[in-house]
Design a protein around this ligand. Structure first.
Ligand code: NAD
Ligand code: IPM
Ligand code: MN
Length: 360
């Protein structure tokens, strides 16, 4: 099968982990006789430096012409510490999500058994956790009107949702629940926020169409607590843009590390695949970033955008094998991991490639 992939590595460790993700794509292409062609495009700080814009038009044009996008991360300390900066790397990521209509962000929280002891949560609470988040991605407080008063002493960000925006992501979440354990937890703040009351109203109205799905509603504060108290009670979680952003970073501790969580951003056109983590300034350039989130994002791409189920499963199996063999990056190592088994970004990538090449 022929596919054209745009690689947008972005900033910081985005560059480091995406290079490994691309190698995995290429290994799969070779093994299965697919023809993947690649292009690269700029975003974030790298794009600002080169063009003045965090999202050059060319990046959108190339992305729209592709079959899928492999994305790294955006962000730079210069902007994190300068609240007055008008042009920011993150605008690139928000802009591409909006421009491509990528309204559904799927964030699977899959705990590999080998990483039970990498988490700060007790193994008996964690074992068997398997959650699929549907984070709405092109609405909410992220995209509402924002501004400052004339004297600049008051600021606002409007939290806004329209019925169709809730319906289209809820539909995807209900459908996914039907293929899983048939439980859907919708997370909002309907006891306080009007946009959450609309959210809840829409989900309640849709529930009768899915009589086999057990629906519950949780407030965001309680959901954040329950996620750590009893992660196994969750199957599919449906939530808005901001709550989903926060809950999934929290949920990374169920999987062991931010370096383990992949995501798929999908809508009506080209899908974009990216780790949930950022550019991680604290470890950029050290060669220690965990590439598995990028590699697992590749697996999601193969499965969701290309319908290559066997290929996707093989990538996940290769990750599992490397973990079973005892290999770790620093973020998922524990006190018992022998020093020699703690690998850098490229060496972990090589382990995955070796696994892929060793299986017939
Ligand atoms: P971050 O996700 O970059 O890092 C949080 C912590 O997790 C850090 O200690 C980091 O070292 C660790 N970590 C993240 N990914 C890792 C990996 N693959 N392997 C090992 N450790 C990993 O979040 P932050 O520090 O809050 O933000 C840094 C920058 O990234 C900011 O500029 C922020 O705006 C940006 N950001 C971008 C994205 C994105 O592009 N999708 C997501 C989150 C944050
Ligand atoms: C993420 C990030 C982004 C978000 C930022 C960088 C705009 O945190 O992808 O989770 O908040 O969506
Ligand atoms: Mn985030």
């Amino acid at each position: 099968m022929k596919k054209h992939i745009v690689v947008i590595a972005g900033d910081g460790i985005g560059q480091e982990v995406t290079a490994v993700g691309k190698q995995v794509l290429e290994a799969i292409a070779q093994k299965y006789g697919h023809e993947f062609t690649y292009d690269t495009a700029l975003i974030g700080h790298a794009a600002i430096e080169a063009t003045g814009s965090p999202l050059p038009d060319e990046t959108i044009t190339k992305s729209k012409a592709s079959d899928a996008i492999l994305f790294g991360a955006v962000g730079h300390p210069k902007y994190d510490n300068d609240p007055s900066a008008k042009v920011r790397p993150e605008q690139g990521l928000l802009g591409i999500r909006k421009a491509l209509g990528l309204y559904a962000n799927l964030r699977p929280i899959k705990l590999f058994d080998e990483l039970l002891s990498a988490s700060s949560i007790r193994p008996e609470i964690l074992k068997g956790s398997d959650i699929l988040f549907f984070r709405e991605l092109t609405g909410d407080v992220y995209f509402g009107e924002k501004g400052r008063s004339e004297d600049r002493n008051t600021a606002y960000d409007q939290m806004i949702y329209s019925r169709y925006e809730v319906e289209r992501i809820a539909k995807k979440a209900f459908e996914a629940a039907m293929t899983r354990r048939r439980r859907l937890c919708s997370v909002d703040k309907a006891n306080v926020l009007e946009s959450s009351r609309l959210w809840r109203e829409v989900v309640q109205a849709m529930a009768p169409q899915y009589p086999d799905v057990v629906v519950e509603h949780q407030f965001i504060d309680s959901a954040a607590m329950l996620l750590i108290k009893d992660p196994r009670r969750f199957d599919v979680v449906l939530t808005g843009n901001l709550f989903g952003d926060i809950l999934t970073d929290e949920a990374s501790q169920i999987a062991g590390s931010m370096g383990m969580l992949a995501s798929a951003s999908i809508g009506d056109t080209t899908g974009l695949y990216e780790p949930i983590h950022g550019s991680a300034h604290d470890i950029t350039g050290q060669g220690v970033a965990n590439p598995l989130a990028s590699i697992l994002s590749v697996a999601l791409m193969l499965d969701i955008s290309f319908g290559m189920k066997a290929e996707a499963e093989e990538v996940v199996a290769a990750v599992d094998s490397a973990l079973k063999a005892g290999y770790r990056t620093r973020d998922i190592a524990d006190a018992d991991t022998p020093g020699g088994m703690i690998l850098g970004t490229e060496a972990m990538g090589s382990q995955i490639l070796d696994q892929l090449n060793s299986v017939a």
